[in-house]
Design a protein around this ligand. Structure first.
Ligand SMILES: [Zn+2]
Length: 61
């Protein structure tokens, strides 16, 4: 099965929004800076997934 690039883009955009609107690291603890708006969603999401340490992060390691 192939990944639909449009759906993938949409997923990334939504994930970015999800972090930027609800991540306590960004909004409360200020341990994370929101990525610049000109940063591609893929990069921003990768960054948030890697650095977010609140319950918002869905990545389990
Ligand atoms: Zn967070």
């Amino acid at each position: 099965m192939q990944i639909d690039p449009i759906k993938e883009q949409e997923r990334l955009r939504l994930n970015r929004e999800y972090f930027e609107e609800g991540c306590a690291c960004i909004l409360k603890n200020k341990t994370l800076q929101p990525c610049p708006t000109n940063m591609p969603d893929l990069k921003a999401v990768e960054f948030y997934e890697k650095h977010c340490s609140c319950s918002r992060n869905y990545v389990t390691s």
